[in-house]
Design a protein around this ligand. Structure first.
Ligand code: PMP
Length: 428
């Protein structure tokens, strides 16, 4: 048995499914998950000593690659001063200032420890601020695993085919309205029916939990209009897209396309922690004043604003806001996706690609899908064969067809060329 197999067998005895987050288990693609021993730049090494070019990057956070020297130094220094105090620290203020400096839609921000916690708190805040209960989410968008949000979510849930998780009472989900992504007519209908009862609409601006599906401009325009007209808050879940698709995040892209576009509440995670447990939600002062200790919406956390995590996040954000960072990252990502498309065309394989900043998606179909139903028409067998051929060749892609991919600043042209060569062999 390989070390990976031995470890997986051991893990399955003590951890359900052998993993601490379902999609790691390779259920969708079959085979043995790789147990990772270390990361170096754009590469990771598994328990059998095999090296891979990493296009998961911890599912988004590792935008600088693994072990970036400035980040390592900041984390080591912070750790020497203490892991956690449960009292305010200057670094939390610095990180809040750093994020707010890059996100004009937010005047205040609160730090938490995971994306799940951040979206859960954002929904509670929206409900508390509007004094309404219902909210809209979209099929295929994943916003973490709180009860009310586990309705037709994408990501790991898509593999297991649970439209709603077991253990979520009907009563908890009854205020969650699920609509099709990019469907303007359904939006109109839902607001006509429920407008005055809607606390908010939560949306991934680029849905990375059904691979890579952009919210269309007409859809986002209408969504913004309807929320404003009915007094519902627009919650942009930028846990994945935040500081990943560009320095101004996805809201910056949509602000360029839609005059006056601005979310009411923004949620961040992943990149802002640089690989440490850290996430955040922010809004105008007017909305944030509803949060405890100022207002009646309760929200708290023993490890919120953790000193080591904030050091990691700050060091990461300071690197990515250096001039030219996102131009270089975007060019690299485009080189990858354009190359994949070329290789697929050479082999007559139906293929479509899209990317923004350091986030990308590819589909084994000739046109980019616009919603979850279409994403799920992908030839899964073919995807799985491609995934395993790439893995054998040392390219670590997401082990499911509905997950986005990530390129880091540490990926070199040589890494991308090696990836394209592996894809050429695989698609043949
Ligand atoms: N929102 C989005 C858009 C996400 O992609 C994720 C996680 N992939 C979450 C929320 C939940 O974040 P976490 O896994 O940190 O709880």
């Amino acid at each position: 048995m390989s070390q990976n197999e031995t470890l997986f067998a051991r893990a399955q005895r003590v951890i359900p499914g052998g993993v601490n987050s379902p999609v790691r288990a390779f259920r969708a693609v079959g085979g043995t998950p790789r147990f990772i021993t270390r990361g170096e730049g754009a590469h990771i090494v598994d328990a059998d000593g095999k090296r891979y070019i990493d296009y998961i990057g911890s599912w988004g956070p590792m935008i600088l690659g693994h072990g970036h020297p400035a980040v390592l130094e900041a984390v080591q220094k912070a750790a020497l001063d203490g892991f956690s105090f449960g009292a305010p620290t200057e670094r939390e203020v610095e990180l809040a200032e750093e994020i707010l400096g890059l996100v004009p839609s937010c005047e205040q921000i609160r730090l938490v420890s995971s994306g799940t916690e951040a979206t859960m708190s954002a929904i509670r805040l929206a409900r508390g601020a509007t004094q309404r209960s219902k909210f809209i989410k979209f099929e295929g968008c994943y916003h973490g695993h709180t009860d009310a949000l586990l309705v037709k979510a994408g990501s790991g849930l898509a593999t297991f085919g649970h439209p709603t998780s077991a253990g979520v009472p009907e009563a908890t989900a009854q205020h969650t309205i699920v609509l099709e992504y990019n469907n303007v007519a359904q939006l109109d209908e839902a607001f006509a029916l429920h407008g005055p009862e809607l606390a908010c609409v939560i949306v991934e601006p680029i849905a990375g939990n059904m691979n890579f599906v952009r919210a269309s401009v007409p859809f986002m325009t209408r969504l913004r209009e309807l929320c404003r007209r009915h007094g519902a808050l627009l919650v942009l879940d930028e846990v994945m897209t935040g500081f990943r698709v560009g320095l101004r995040s996805a809201q910056g892209l949509y602000a360029d396309l839609i005059p006056g576009f601005v979310p009411d509440i923004s949620v961040f995670g992943k990149v802002i922690g640089g690989g440490m447990p850290l996430a955040a939600f922010g809004a105008s002062r007017e909305i944030m004043r509803h949060l405890a200790p100022l207002g009646g919406v309760y929200q708290a956390g023993t490890l919120s604003g953790n000193p080591v995590a904030t050091a990691c996040g700050l060091a990461t954000l300071r690197e990515i806001r250096k001039p030219g960072f996102f131009d270089a990252l975007s060019a690299k990502t485009r080189r990858l996706v354009d190359g994949l498309k070329r290789v697929a065309d050479e082999n007559g394989v139906p293929f479509s690609v899209d990317s923004e900043g350091g986030m990308f998606g590819f589909f084994l179909m000739s046109e980019l899908p616009q919603n979850y139903t279409t994403v799920m028409t992908t030839d899964k067998e073919r995807f799985n064969r491609f995934f395993h051929a790439m893995l054998d060749a040392g390219v670590y892609l997401a082990p499911a067809l509905y997950e986005a991919g990530f390129v880091s600043a540490a990926h070199t042209d040589a890494d991308i060329d090696a990836t394209l060569e592996a894809a050429r062999q695989a698609l043949r």
